[in-house]
Design a protein around this ligand. Structure first.
Ligand code: NDP
Length: 450
């Protein structure tokens, strides 16, 4: 067994009940092994062994009461994985599937994503197995307050700055910020994704989706292509998917598919801004299901299948695929179907949305593939810009934030190209992993054994 395989086996043994974390570690190790073992200094300091071990994990009970007065108990987490280059930073996810392994994968991924943004942010993630679906606003508020009544002692503007993720949007950030401020008597930038009138950054809600499409544009430009009239399939119908769709439409692409955890809708004529506004109304205001889209506009609706399964089943032609729902949503079979149906570019809005065999197939077939840690980094980058504005007690305009976001996405793209080019193909996975890793590894080296 090679030294690399021995290393991965050691991580597997220690974390045997955490498949997503192991998957994510394997990908990083595969990419960085040669540069790591090529450096005596990094090896001697055992940087790789240290980097796969979280610096701190906090697990806590969250008790709250529903509207009927019944008491519920959920589990809260914060994984503070690495703060070598800045305060811990990463979102909070509220979803019944949340467990420690899932959050360790997301926090580990976040270390390298944050490093790529060029901003000083460490990696973290947190959340709870609480399900906001079907809960009243008051129930969500009581849960968020209960969650923050423990989390507040572990975070701070120079320590750890959480943000949103699946199930945590502007409403939840508002409730958590309110509780933090009350307990600490301190109005400070402890969370990002805040409302625009109380410390939030303009463009923050749009940033992941917009940043994804800016990154996509950079990939296409380098390959001598553009977005105009390209057929685009997007999975998810949440924050990332909505704003990715908005930017694709603005730039002349044709978005024909969206999905949620219940069903997929196909609108062959393509979404326009009015149709997208309706999607936002269904998902953000009514908190309903995407299939309601077909009540108003001509569309085919497939229940129980995501976008990639529907493409595989119906052989739908798409040029570009933007997975923006959740981890491991697109498998090898789906990747084969995408390639067969003419897809030449996949860019990840979600974190690790492709299974390893799907990624391998895209790379073998020289399909452009932008992994999440590079392509969706616009969200955390704009969170970083929100932190800067909070420190300065000053707000940049929409245009200023958008210009900075574009610049950051360009810089991430350039780092991927620098470390991932070879044989006429840019391996964005390798490029992103090496660039993200080296900065953190060198910072750890310079800070000594701690
Ligand atoms: P949201 O909760 O706003 O939206 C998620 C969407 O994906 C929902 O429409 C949801 O459906 C759908 N979905 C979830 N699971 C499945 C599934 N198994 N099959 C089909 N659809 C599914 O989350 P975000 O848009 O914020 O996050 C989406 C992805 O982007 C996640 O991987 C997240 O980690 C990543 N991300 C988020 C960032 C952020 O700051 N928000 C930053 C960077 C990445 P339903 O409506 O039915 O629940």
């Amino acid at each position: 067994m090679s030294e690399k395989e021995k290393f991965i086996e050691m991580v597997e043994k220690k974390n045997s009940d955490q498949p997503e974390f192991i998957q994510c570690v394997r990908e990083i190790v595969e990419s960085v092994w040669d540069v790591y073992t090529g450096s005596e200094k990094l090896k001697k300091a055992r940087i790789l062994e240290r980097i796969v071990e979280p610096e701190r994990i906090i697990i806590f009970r969250v008790s709250w009461q529903d509207d009927a007065g019944d008491v519920h108990v959920n589990r809260g987490y914060r994984v503070q994985f690495n703060n070598a280059i800045g305060p811990y930073k990463g979102g909070l996810r509220f979803h019944p599937s949340v467990n420690l392994g899932l959050l360790k994968f997301l926090a580990f991924e976040q270390i390298f994503k944050n490093s790529l943004t060029t901003l000083p942010m460490g990696g973290a993630k947190g959340g709870s197995d609480f399900d906001p679906k079907g809960k009243s606003d008051n129930e969500v508020m009581r849960f968020c307050h209960a969650f923050m009544s423990e989390l507040y002692r572990h975070i701070g503007p120079n320590t750890d700055v959480p943000a949103g993720d699946i199930g945590v949007g502007a409403r939840e950030i508002g409730y958590m910020f309110g509780k933090y401020k009350k307990i600490k008597n301190d109005f400070t930038g402890v969370l990002t994704g805040k409302g625009a009138t109380w410390g939030g950054s303009l463009i923050r809600p749009e940033a992941i989706g917009y940043g994804l499409v800016y990154f996509l544009q950079d990939m296409l430009e380098l390959a001598g292509k553009d977005l105009k009239d390209k057929i685009v399939a997007i999975s998810g119908a949440g924050n990332v998917a909505q704003y990715a769709a908005e930017k694709v439409i603005q730039l002349g692409g044709k978005v024909i598919m969206l999905c949620d955890s219940d069903s997929t809708v196909i609108d062959e004529s393509g979404l326009d801004s009015e149709k997208l506004e309706h999607v936002m109304h269904i998902k953000n205001v009514k908190r309903g299901r995407i299939k309601e889209y077909a009540d108003k506009y001509p569309a085919v609706c497939v229940t129980g299948k995501n976008v990639w399964e529907v493409i595989s089943e119906k052989n739908i032609k798409v040029d570009i695929a933007l997975p923006c729902a959740t981890q491991n949503e697109l498998n090898g079979e789906n990747a084969k179907a995408l390639i067969k149906n003419g897809c030449f570019c996949v860019a990840a809005g979600a974190n690790m949305p492709l299974t390893p065999d799907a990624v391998a197939l895209l790379r073998e077939n020289k399909i452009l593939y932008g992994p999440g840690k590079a392509a969706n980094a616009g969200g955390v980058a704009t969170s970083g810009l929100e932190m800067t504005q909070n420190s300065m007690r000053f707000n940049w305009t929409r245009e200023e934030v958008d210009a900075k976001l574009k610049e950051i996405m360009k810089s991430i793209h350039a780092q991927c190209v620098k470390y991932g080019s070879g044989g006429g193909y840019v391996d964005y996975v390798k490029g992103a992993n090496i660039a993200g890793f080296m900065k953190v590894a060198n910072a750890m080296l310079e800070q000594g054994v701690c």
